[in-house]
Structure formats: C-alpha cells, structure tokens
Design a protein around this ligand. Structure first.
Ligand code: AMP
Length: 588
C-alpha cells in the first residue's frame, strides 16, 4: 500500500472534528489495505510502530529534523527555521518547501507503507556514537522520496505531533465496521485492547483470523492491562446503595499506582499511563522478586513514600520529588518507599480479571510474604455506616487520603473502565462544596506585574470521553508560587501550539483572548469552592440548561501536578455534572 493513500486519509481526518466523519474515512482506508499492512497502518496512525507501553522514541529533536529537511531540499537550516516560524509547524513548513522543490526533481519513487514504517523504526532504534548523523540521513532519505503531504505527516510522526484529534475508540469503531460489517462488535475489540493495550496486534488478528479470535484474546504477561478506575462519592448512603448494602473498604493510599508483571526473575512495573517505569523503582523490583512467591503473575498496588524514622506515610508530592530531584540511587535512600498490594489479575497462566474481587484478593494473599515495606492494603468488610466512618477516620489517621469501597458481588476487574464497582471516598468530598478536580491545561494568558514573562493564568478543561473533547471549566489564576510559575512554564512549553488544538472545545467568545494554546497533556489538581452554570464554559454545555455550561468558581492550584495521569484520565465531564447535582442536593 502506498503511504500517499494513508497521508490522504490523515489530512481528511485532520480537517474535521466530527467523530463520525473520522470513522468513515478510516473505514474506507481499512477496506483498501491488505492484511499484511494493517499493523503498520495502525502504528502510523497512532504515531508509533509499537504499543504505548513500549518506551519507543524516535530520538530526533527539532534541530535534527530541520537538518534532514535541509538535506532533502537543498535549503539552508535558517530558511527552514524561518518557514517553520511562519507556519507555526515544522510539518507544514516541510510540506511547502517540498512543494516548491518538487517541480525540479524527477527521480523519486513512491513511498510504500511498509518502507516508511520500517525506516521510522530504524530511526528509533539507532543509538550510540554517530547515531545523530544516521538518523538525519534516514529521515532525509524518506523526505527525498516523499510528496509534500507525505512529508507533513512523516515529520509530525517523528516529532510526536500528529494533531489528528482522534481517539483509539474511533479506530476501534472503524475496525469493527470495516472488518465485521457491524459496529456493535466494537466492545469485543475494546475488551481485547483493555487487556493487552496493543491495538496493532488486535487489528492483525481481526483481519487474519476474524472476530472470534479477538473474543478469545487472553491476558498476556508483559502486556499491560489498562487499569480499572474508581468513581467518586461524597455520600455514604450512595456508597451503600451502589454496592448493595455491604462491601470491602480499603485504605486509599496516596502514592503512585503500579501494575507489576513478574515473569520469573524479570520484573516490569507499569505506571497508570502504562509506561514502563521499572528503572525508577529498583527497590520495588527487588521486593517483588523476593517476596512474591509466584513464577508468573500480574498484581497491582500503590507505592508510597514513607519516613524511615517514624514509619509514617508521606504524601504523593514527596514521591514525585524522587523522580525530579535525584538520581535513582540517591532517591532510594532519600525517599524510601512502601508497597501496598491490592489486586491480582493473572497467576501462572490463569486470567483472574473475570473473577470476583474476594477471590483475587485471596489468591494475592497466598503469594505474598509481608514485611514492613511490602504489605497488603488494609481492608475491612463494612456493613454499617458507623463502621464506614470509623474505618475512614482510621485511614486518614494512618496518612491515607481516604478509602476505596469495593464491590463484593459481580466484582470483576473492569479493565480500562471507571465504574461503580470501586468508589473512592476522600476527605475533600466530605466538606460542603469544596473538592479537588484533576483538570487539563489547554490555554494560557500572559501574566502582568510580578508574573510578566510567565503564564499568569491558565485555561483548564475536563475531558469528555464520549465526544473525545476537552471542554473548558475555568480560568485559574491563584495558588501559584514563584516556583510553580517556573515549573509550569518549563513543563508547558513543549506542548505549546500555534492554534487551538482540534479536540479542544471552547466558546467562540474567548478564543481570541487566549495568548497561548497547549496540546492537552498536562494535568493539574485544582481546588474549587463551587460549581455554577456558565454562559462561557463548554463543560456540560446544554446538559443541565440549554445554552449554559458548568464553571468552577474560585479555582486554586493545589500545587500538585498530576504527572501520573494522561489528559484523557483527567476528571470527566460526567463527574463534574454529578458533582454539580450533588451540590444542588446539599443546598436543597
Ligand atoms: P484517583 O487517582 O483519584 O482516580 O483514585 C484512584 C487511585 O487510587 C488508583 O488509581 C490508585 O492509584 C489509588 N489507590 C490507593 N489505594 C488504593 C486501593 N486500596 N485500591 C485501589 N486503588 C487505590
């Protein structure tokens, strides 16, 4: 298959924000490709030849890419840099330069999907001495044979800036329609994705062996399972009602979630974003190696910083310092950690995700040798309100955020879903209308006075998974210390883009007021006093009242950067609607 066909589809997808249209373009593309190409095509659409959990990087900075374009076009790097500034995007700049140059070149051969995919792979795999030159040459080679439109997407792929605004869900919809003629088969594909996180592999199986083989998809060690998430509640009655009168309450530890794959002596740790972060926690790997008595297992737990003298648990922020401030060896000493285990998803070739929680916990208990540093999450079966309150107070006293209430009946591990089988109940949810939300930075306003030169306030959004859009909820200007301003400036800069990103939905009246736009990526914890109806913000637009959305009043940055969350894991639109409704109930 020609890469040109794929580039054509990508440009059509980029030009629309309607999910249905994107799906149709993809269906058309999938119908036109041969089975041997599907994995490459999925990789090229998603921006990497490998699933997200493989830490694959192209390793080419903007400057190197500019050199490749210079090699391919004969222009100087200054000319290309100038063009990039004009266009606000290196992909578009290369497209235009190539369009001018192409009139004079005759000997190019059309690019094939497989060839592009393999060359990109080679670029990523080249490392060590002399690799900079090799990478530049490989990319220049591709660009020499590329059409202008192809160049746009090759460069954006290399720089990780695809800007398509398309979610995996849309790709799965299109796969179901193209290969089974039936959109209702999407959940089968989705389940396979949730337990393997490898869409390329699933698509290939679907094309070559049919939907039945996708139904049989199995949990596989070393392939991370997309994590189950919790709903939140501030009402104990609601917890009892949702969990049918009795449930298991567990301490909700304030640390980082880990999904641990033990395959013999090999230990892999995956973060909530499914990135492999084993190297950050050699101490955890060692504990698992010696204290988990199983050959092959997938378990989950929370790693928490603690004070070695008093044994007290430390808040999440301390754990993040481990990542930012130190080399790993020093970090292990300065910020020691505990691991609290709470789930088991796979054991010696058996999939446990469809088993009830009490069974999973029992299996977990059997394979753990507990010590001070590695323990099972503290839990208790709850029947009465008093028991719940008492357990909650105990959790807070022990340095936890609150509790997790977990269903006993029908309590499978819902991979990738935020359902009511797990409910988090935190101290903040108990206060009247104060709550913290995890919101995504989508824009910024430049600061004045002491904040000149910094982003003075930020435009924050929630995520709507149904529309796959980020919708504004508030403009946040308080809670920032000077250190925060510096850190945020550095953190946000790489995500700055020249135009409003396609998946961001905001009211026309504020588009022109925003000074900087960001690709949705950075999630911040925000404390708010109240939610109100708003004529400006697009969160929950028309959902509560026609023409109105929901806004957060008096938002304040808590100082907590949620770098353990992806933009899509931010507080959802539905959660905000639920909070607003809960708030109304309390006022009544
Ligand atoms: P949130 O990140 O606010 O959606 O809350 C859910 C998170 O709580 C999970 O992703 C875990 O990182 C964390 N957590 C802490 N203790 C537990 C527990 N006992 N069971 C499940 N999750 C827990």
């Amino acid at each position: 298959m020609k890469y040109q066909v794929l580039a054509g589809t990508l440009s059509k997808i980029e030009a629309t924000s309607k999910r249905k249209e994107m799906t149709n373009y993809l269906v058309e593309l999938f119908k036109a490709i041969t089975p041997d190409h599907i994995r490459d095509v999925i990789g090229l659409i998603r921006g990497s030849p490998y699933p997200d959990y493989e830490d694959f990087q192209y390793g080419m900075a903007e400057k190197m890419v500019i050199k490749s374009i210079a090699n391919a076009t004969g222009l100087t790097t200054d000319q290309i840099t100038e063009k990039m500034k004009e266009k606000g995007d290196l992909g578009k700049a290369a497209e235009e330069e190539l369009a001018t140059k192409k009139q004079t070149t005759l000997f190019t051969k059309p690019l094939d999907v497989k060839y592009v995919s393999e060359t990109l792979d080679k670029i990523g795999r080249t490392s060590g001495k002399g690799s900079v030159d090799v990478k530049i040459k490989l990319l220049a080679g591709l660009l020499t044979n590329a059409t202008p439109l192809e160049a746009r997407y090759i460069i954006r792929t290399i720089l990780g800036q695809m800007r398509l605004g398309m979610a995996d869900m849309t790709i799965m919809d299109a796969l179901a329609i193209a290969y089974t003629d039936n959109a209702t088969n999407r959940p089968i594909i989705e389940r396979a994705f949730n337990i393997s996180s490898d869409l390329g592999l699933i698509a290939e199986k679907l094309v070559k062996e049919g939907i039945e083989s996708v139904k049989d998809f199995k949990v596989t060690i070393r392939h991370p399972i997309r994590m189950m998430m919790a709903q939140r509640s501030g009402e104990t009655e609601e917890i009892f009602e949702k969990l049918k009168g009795t449930f298991i309450a567990e301490f909700k530890y304030d640390g980082e979630r880990l999904q641990i794959h033990k395959d013999g002596e090999t230990i892999l740790l995956f973060s909530r974003r499914l990135e492999e972060i084993s190297e950050q926690y050699p101490d955890v790997c060692e504990m698992v190696r010696t204290q988990i008595n199983a050959k092959k297992t997938i378990i989950e737990g929370e790693v928490v910083a603690y004070n070695i003298e008093t044994g007290e648990l430390r808040p999440f922020q301390e754990l993040m310092h481990r990542r930012r401030k130190y080399g790993i060896k020093e970090a292990m000493k300065a910020i020691p950690v505990n691991l609290f285990l709470f789930d088991l998803l796979y054991l010696e070739d058996k999939d446990f995700t469809n088993k009830n929680y009490p069974l999973r916990r029992k299996a977990l208990e059997k394979i753990v040798t507990e010590t001070e540093q590695l323990r099972l999450a503290v839990q208790k079966e709850i029947i009465t309100e008093d028991e719940l309150e008492e357990f909650f107070e105990l959790a807070v006293e022990k340095g936890c955020e609150g509790i997790m209430a977990k269903s006993i009946q029908d309590s499978i591990y819902q991979a990738g879903a935020r359902g009511w089988l797990w409910i988090k109940y935190k101290r903040d949810y108990k206060s009247e209308i104060a709550d913290t939300l995890d919101l995504v930075v989508i824009g910024a306003y430049m600061g004045y006075g002491a904040r000149t030169g910094y982003y003075g306030s930020l435009l924050m959004a929630c995520y709507d998974p149904i529309e796959n859009q980020f919708k504004s909820v508030c403009r946040m200007g308080s809670g920032f210390t000077d250190e925060h301003l510096e850190t945020l400036q550095k953190l946000l800069k790489p995500y700055q883009v020249s135009d409003k990103p396609p998946r961001v939905l905001i009211n026309d009246s504020i588009i022109t007021t925003v000074d900087a736009w960001f690709k949705p990526a950075i999630v911040l914890e925000v404390q708010a006093a109240e939610l109100t109806l708003s004529p400006v913000h697009t969160c929950a637009l028309d959902k509560i009242r026609k023409g109105s959305g929901l806004a957060m009043r008096f938002p304040r940055f808590t100082g907590r950067i949620r770098d353990d969350k992806t933009a899509e894991q931010a507080t959802s639109q539905q959660e905000i609607i639920d909070l607003f409704k809960g708030q109304l109930k309390k006022i009544e």
